[in-house]
Write a protein that binds this ligand. Structure first.
Ligand code: SF4
Ligand code: SF4
Length: 180
């Protein structure tokens, strides 16, 4: 039969020696390797009880930010969606009503804002493109999910808790290293 590549290697079928047929030397060799690792420093940690420190440039789950009065900052300009190389962001804009001035900072706001976390490559370009400081990547990450739909994050998951009514939730969503 003609080979598909030039990496074909003939399998050696020489009979096993007496010591190979005993298996015991190789078992002992394997156990010695295993025991030697018991006294070495573990490269792994017991997550989630133990957690590693994030790098200062770690980019995690997105947060839609609020201003100091607790109003949503996003004005649905779409620059983040244009900047996104993975086309992970979609949104629908709406006009703010006079009665909603305490909810939205700008006259236009995102009535719907979604990020597909399965597409996102956490590059941070959306954060850099935003002129309103309305989106940033926090030090938390998207939890596991059983469905693809569960990775499409809407405003419910993305908008940060209001710092005036839920300061603990606000701090947790911002991540440990962000203090302002
Ligand atoms: S982090 Fe990058 S890939 Fe993810 S939504 Fe923002 S711009 Fe798109
Ligand atoms: S997050 Fe920023 S860039 Fe994206 S739509 Fe809102 S204001 Fe515009």
């Amino acid at each position: 039969m003609e080979a598909l590549t030039n990496r074909v290697k003939e399998v050696s079928r020489k009979p096993m020696s007496f010591s190979e047929r005993l298996y015991i030397p190789n078992i002992l060799k394997g156990m010695a390797i295993t025991f030697s690792h018991m006294f070495k420093k573990q490269p792994t940690i017991r997550y989630p009880e133990q957690k590693r420190e994030f790098s200062p440039v770690f980019r995690g789950l997105h947060v839609l930010n609020r201003d100091e009065e607790g109003r949503e900052r996003c004005t649905a300009c779409g620059l983040c969606a244009v900047a996104c190389p993975a086309e992970a962001i979609t949104m629908e804009a709406a006009e703010r009503l006079p009665s909603e001035e305490h909810l939205y900072r700008e006259e236009k706001y995102a009535a719907k804002y979604e990020i597909n976390m399965l597409r996102c490559i956490f590059c941070g370009l959306c954060e850099e493109a935003c002129p309103k400081d309305a989106i940033y990547l926090s030090e938390t990450f998207a939890p596991a999910n059983f469905t693809r739909k569960g990775f499409i994050y809407g405003k419910d998951e993305l908008v940060i808790p209001n710092q005036l009514t839920d300061p603990a939730g606000f701090a947790a969503a911002r991540g440990a290293a962000r203090n302002n």
